[in-house]
Ligand binder design. Sequence first.
Ligand code: THU
Length: 134
Amino acid sequence: MDENLKKALIGTAVEMREKAYCPYSNYQVGAAILTKSGKIYGGCNIENASYPATICAERTAAVKAVSEGEKEFAAVAVAVSGTATGYPCGVCRQFLNEFASANMEVYLINKEGAVVEENFDCLFPHGFKGKDMD
Ligand code: THU
């Protein structure tokens, strides 16, 4: 992947982490999605007093992209406020799978700025897609 785009994607995820609304967990997450058309959409986790109503950063970013007509994701970055690598939760993996391109790159950034590079197919093998209902 182009180094400048990768930098921009990671930078957006880190910036979005600052926007997290997380008064219950105090765990900030920022996400950024690069679409096939070359645009970047960011999102953060948004918690709720009714805990299950919380939305993760990855899904916030995905909802923003898809609602702008972007249905093909080329890469995703997730920046967390913890020292451990913040892997996307199961619900977010299923949600991203709907729009993920083949071999989609995933960048995971911790609070120190360390970047772990993953491949979405490795994080979510044999994911269920609409075509499976044919
Ligand atoms: N969270 C995310 O934003 N993304 C994930 O993939 C895992 C968890 C958020 C949800 C909640 O606000 C906080 O992290 C703790 O679970």
